[in-house]
Design a protein around this ligand. Structure first.
Ligand SMILES: [Fe+2]
Ligand SMILES: [Fe+2]
Length: 160
């Protein structure tokens, strides 16, 4: 809950600085950057925080991989133009707890569809690219796969 409140306020102060642009330029190619900058500011900010934490932890745990950092920056690009914002996202978090199975079938309401399908949509935007990058992004909300780097991405995603 505290994390949700923090995230809510973060969206109002989210602003990128020179060091962030340098970071993005270092890790992403021009097509990837174009996608990244189409994310709303709050999601850009979130993705940068995930990426920085992924670097810290992967270095410590001996599994640093440039693809993991790219995945952290790009994992939510499927949310571009999704209608998902702080408000609709908060609604979805609550509704998902109660009606997950039924809601997954609702494809006509844009923000509901994107809430569940954004990993797959991101893959469509990025294809063709490295298979492992696509794997990490497509599965960033699939908690049943045992892959060390994927698990690390998921943990950092959930904390930021
Ligand atoms: Fe996501
Ligand atoms: Fe995320």
């Amino acid at each position: 809950m505290f994390y949700r409140i923090k995230q809510f306020f973060q969206t109002f102060v989210a602003k990128l600085e020179k060091k962030d642009y340098d970071f993005i330029n270092f890790y992403l190619n021009s097509k990837e950057k174009e996608l990244f900058y189409k994310l709303n500011k709050a999601d850009q900010y979130h993705s940068l925080k995930v990426a920085r934490q992924v670097i810290d932890r992967s270095v410590k745990e001996g599994c640093y991989d440039i693809l993991l950092v790219k995945a952290a920056l790009l994992h939510d690009v499927g949310k571009i133009n999704s209608g998902l914002n702080v408000l609709t996202k908060s609604i979805m978090v609550i509704l998902d707890r109660m009606f997950s199975r039924q809601l997954r079938k609702v494809k006509k309401i844009k923000f509901i569809k994107y809430y569940y399908d954004h990993p797959k949509i991101a893959v469509q935007y990025l294809y063709p690219t490295d298979e492992y990058l696509l794997f990490l992004i497509e599965n960033h909300h699939n908690y049943n796969i045992n892959d060390k780097k994927l698990k690390l991405l998921q943990e950092c995603d959930c904390k930021n």
